[in-house]
Design a protein around this ligand. Structure first.
Ligand SMILES: *[C@@H]1O[C@H](CO)[C@@H](O)[C@H](O)[C@H]1NC(C)=O
Ligand SMILES: *[C@@H]1O[C@H](CO)[C@@H](O)[C@H](O)[C@H]1NC(C)=O
Ligand SMILES: *[C@@H]1O[C@H](CO)[C@@H](O)[C@H](O)[C@H]1NC(C)=O
Ligand SMILES: *[C@@H]1O[C@H](CO)[C@@H](O)[C@H](O)[C@H]1NC(C)=O
Ligand SMILES: *[C@@H]1O[C@H](CO)[C@@H](O)[C@H](O)[C@H]1NC(C)=O
Length: 485
């Protein structure tokens, strides 16, 4: 189904091309798709594309949209259809979407789009997207249940699967998602009708392993990219590489982090080919050529002849042990103002990350924001020196205190058993809060240990774990990371 979902999106998703070339371009693309693929594949593509876009919508809402799209295509795409048909119908659809009672997915941005008219309105509606789910809700069911459901209603089974899987992995590149869901449905179709379903499922699941893993990993990578944007993705990878390999050099880490952010900026939104996988393999080759000679763990991953599996291995490497490294030079005040990009200065970040290898990424984003605020305000001050003299020590104390605590918490979580970890937390709280009742202590321990078990990991769910996503957020900390204070 590689080509399926390519341009169906143009109905549900906007590109700058569509904006420039306008309505005929959209019609041409959608109808070409419909005519080439046929109704069934077009419909499957529309479910995937709509579920990716409205990952928080109900199944019924998605199917209502899909049915509308399908009915426009059926009515307006066949040869000989009225040339105005597509335009009239799609205007009518966007008018319908603007009604409060519309049976379509809800989105807080709809009202604003509906103040526009015509093409502007359609493009505005098309650009809306729900944020991705941080925790997948799709649950694997047993093969027997799968086959029962499938036998009862093959079409309904396929639709619901496409919806559930695509809303869960809504940030995976479209071709990755399309390939993975197609291969699942073809496995179900052939195994449920096979003479030996159990054997068939075993065999097919084995051969789908890479596709499944690619969907999961690309979903995480690309939702993280959407959250941070290109520049901050680069800093995120500087942190990750430095925390995974304390032997890696600054130059290698910067080069690889830059490559990662460029690759993902090009490929996470690609709709037409397998560029995500292709470029990921090239990126992996670069990682291996730079780091396998310096780091045993990278070397271990890179020994796998299957480059995709080598990437999954690298991606899943946990934090390296925090080494004892000598102090490093922090930038002088004057240099901070010369380089506006500080604190995004990769060098400084590299030095910190390789010393606090267990510090969760959210803490680096607190660091990023608060140092950026100080730098921008002091460099703009009439007396930068005086301003820095007051604010920099405060900022440093705050940041290093946080890093220290986060690093300690996650290091303990990593090295102790969960029971020992909780016991230790309880002792710490008991000392800090001698008046607290056992019940209160238990609540605190639960809260902190739940946080640790979700967030003391590389590739933790970013929003839940407190990654600050907006730039210019105030220094007040508004998430669980603040518990670390
Ligand atoms: C997603 O849906 C839930 C339940 O309907 C709602 O509470 C939540 O605000 C929605 N989130 C978004 C981002 O629309
Ligand atoms: C499209 O809309 C225009 C203006 O509202 C109308 O004149 C025309 O008949 C419509 N065409 C079709 C095929 O519905
Ligand atoms: C993907 O996004 C980049 C910018 O992030 C943009 O330059 C590119 O045109 C987009 N590609 C597609 C296919 O939309
Ligand atoms: C880091 O480099 C040193 C010296 O080459 C080597 O002994 C050590 O094993 C390396 N560490 C890792 C994690 O590979
Ligand atoms: C710096 O000062 C200029 C002029 O006073 C102002 O326009 C700008 O917003 C200030 N920038 C910051 C980051 O405070």
């Amino acid at each position: 189904m590689k080509t399926v979902t390519i341009t169906i999106l143009l109905l549900t998703l906007t590109t700058s091309h569509a904006m420039v070339r306008g309505r005929d371009y959209m019609k041409e693309k959608v109808c070409q798709e419909f005519n080439v693929l046929g109704k069934e594949k077009f419909r499957a593509g529309a479910i995937i594309a709509s579920s990716r876009k409205y990952s928080n919508a109900t199944y019924e809402e998605i199917m209502n949209v899909v049915n509308e799209i399908l009915s426009i295509a059926e009515k307006c795409c066949p040869e000989g259809a009225d040339p105005d048909c597509y335009e009239n119908e799609s205007v009518a659809l966007s008018a319908k979407s603007c009604r409060e009672t519309a049976p379509f997915p809800k989105h807080p941005g709809i009202a604003a789009c509906c103040t526009e008219v015509g093409l502007e309105r359609k493009l505005c509606l098309a650009a809306l997207k729900h944020p991705p789910k941080e925790f997948p809700t799709y649950e694997e069911i047993t093969d027997a249940t799968v086959c029962e459901d499938f036998a009862r209603d093959p079409q309904g089974f396929a639709d619901r699967y496409l919806y559930e899987y695509s809303t869960d992995y809504s940030s995976a590149p479209l071709p990755v998602l399309a390939a993975s869901t197609t291969s699942y449905l073809s496995m179900v179709t052939s195994c449920c009708t096979s003479a030996q379903p159990t054997m068939c499922f075993l065999k097919e699941k084995f051969s789908r392993r890479s596709a499944v893993m690619l969907t999961k990993v690309s979903n995480k990578i690309c939702s993280h990219y959407d959250l941070l944007g290109k520049e901050r993705t680069k800093f995120s990878y500087i942190t990750k590489f430095a925390q995974k390999s304390t032997n890696a050099s600054l130059d290698d880490v910067i080069a690889l982090a830059t490559d990662a952010s460029e690759v993902f900026s090009r490929t996470c939104n690609s709709t037409t080919d397998d560029s995500f996988q292709r470029e990921l393999l090239e990126h992996t080759t670069k990682i291996c050529s730079k780091l396998s000679t310096k780091d045993q763990r990278f070397d271990g991953c890179c020994k796998d002849a299957n480059t995709l599996r080598a990437y999954f291995c690298i991606y899943s490497l946990p934090w390296a042990k925090s080494p004892n490294l000598p102090d490093f030079q922090t930038p002088a005040d004057e240099d901070l103002c010369k380089n506006v990009m500080f604190p995004t200065n990769g060098h400084y970040l590299f030095e910190i990350a390789r010393r606090y290898t267990y510090a969760p990424e959210a803490l680096f984003s607190v660091m990023f924001e608060s140092s950026k605020n100080v730098v921008t305000s002091c460099c703009n001050d009439t007396d930068p020196k005086a301003c820095f003299a007051v604010k920099r020590p405060q900022m440093k104390a705050q940041i290093f205190n946080l890093l220290e605590k986060g690093n300690e918490l996650c290091s303990e979580y990593t090295h102790l058993t969960f029971l020992e970890f909780k016991k230790k937390l309880r002792e710490t709280y008991r000392k800090a809060l001698p008046e607290a009742t056992e019940e209160v202590l238990s609540g605190l321990v639960e809260q902190r240990s739940t946080f640790a078990s979700t967030c003391c990991l590389m590739n933790a769910p970013p929003i839940y774990c407190g990654l600050q996503i907006k730039t210019g957020v105030s220094q007040t900390c508004s998430s669980d990371v603040c518990l670390l204070h």
